[in-house]
Design a protein around this ligand. Structure first.
Ligand SMILES: Nc1ncnc2c1ncn2[C@@H]1O[C@H](COP(=O)(O)OP(=O)(O)OP(=O)(O)O)[C@@H](O)[C@H]1O
Length: 299
């Protein structure tokens, strides 16, 4: 179904005994987007991923994956997944597992290219038990890609990888996104989300509490800092939107709730040597958004 969104989640509610993990959540992801699911521990990200994969039965709501039910989508190889606790048969060799999984799909990713794309060159003869944490994650990526799926769902995919491994991983993901794949990933590495995602969805207490481009989500945090070198006698009183002033030597740092308004007033009053304007980082924004969300509001 070419015109269907990659993911269409309506009114998803996931309950475990004593917990509502996801509450009436709506999420539509068009094909080709790279989307980061962000949120604190226990926010509900994995529960959404597991419901999308048909691994748990929602208490309410509907999930369509490329126009299909989760089970049909997974069975047909439309969706590849890397889960937090992805299991692998310990004594088998990587190449054997990969071969078995590739053969289970109607269309499989060519082996040579898959090995390069997942960065598992040299690992095919290794027993799964002999892999490091980061190598294991790359093998899990290869398995997720084995059916050449248009949609990839990745739950904390780089948590065990070193800096170089992460960089290589996200380069691979960018390549896949550039080739039209939809990539949805949950992560606690907000700088990675900032660098890679077209869109971030912040989940708190089982609800979507922010959804937009990284720039849009960062802009939700009122507050930027404006720093510059002040000439003696420079007037700083009465500037619009300023919520705090600090001085260190000749450097003045202003906290402002509206950087545009503050900058306009400053510029009307003289130059701004060594000007530096810093916006909120994605981490600042997500922390602030999650902090502002009262736990239990969904109930
Ligand atoms: N199998 C389960 N049984 C009972 N409660 C569960 C189960 N799985 C998750 N939960 C609870 O559901 C809520 C959401 O958990 P979930 O794993 O979806 O969060 P998460 O955002 O993925 O967290 P993390 O970032 O720590 O992986 C939490 O309160 C968690 O304790």
């Amino acid at each position: 179904m070419p015109d269907s969104p990659a993911l269409d989640v309506r009114g998803l509610t996931v309950r475990y005994v004593g917990t509502v993990a996801v509450h009436d959540l709506d999420l539509t992801i068009p094909a080709g987007q790279t989307v980061a699911l962000l949120g604190a521990n226990g926010a509900g990200k994995s529960s959404v991923v597991n419901a999308v994969l048909g691994l748990i039965t929602p208490a309410a709501g509907a999930v369509r994956v490329l126009g299909r039910t989760p089970h049909d989508a997974v069975r047909s190889g439309c969706v590849g997944a890397m889960l937090q606790h992805g299991g692998l048969p310990g004594e088998a060799r990587v190449g054997e597992v990969l071969d078995l999984v590739r053969r289970s799909y109607p269309t499989s990713w060519p082996l040579d290219d898959l090995v390069v794309t997942a960065g598992i060159d040299g690992l095919l003869a290794r027993p799964v038990d002999a892999l490091s944490g980061g190598q294991r994650q790359r093998v899990l990526l290869a398995l997720a890609l084995a059916g050449a799926p248009p949609l990839l769902l990745l739950d904390e995919p780089t948590s065990a990888m070193d800096v170089e491994g992460r960089r290589a991983f996200w380069t691979t993901m960018r390549g896949l996104a550039g080739g039209g794949h939809t990539v949805v990933f949950a992560t606690h590495h907000l700088e990675e989300a900032d660098a890679v995602a077209d869109r971030v969805v912040v989940v708190a207490d089982g609800l979507v509490v922010a959804d937009g481009s990284t720039a849009q989500v960062k802009a939700r945090v009122a507050g930027r800092t404006i720093a510059f070198t002040a000439t003696p006698g420079r007037r700083l009183e009465g500037l619009p939107a300023v919520t705090g002033v600090t001085r260190q030597g000749t450097t003045v740092t202003l906290a402002t709730a509206d950087a545009d308004a503050t900058l306009r007033a400053l510029l009307a009053d003289g130059g701004l040597p060594d000007l530096e304007v810093r916006g909120a980082t994605l981490e600042d924004a997500v922390l602030s958004i999650v902090r502002d969300h009262p736990i239990g509001a969904a109930r």
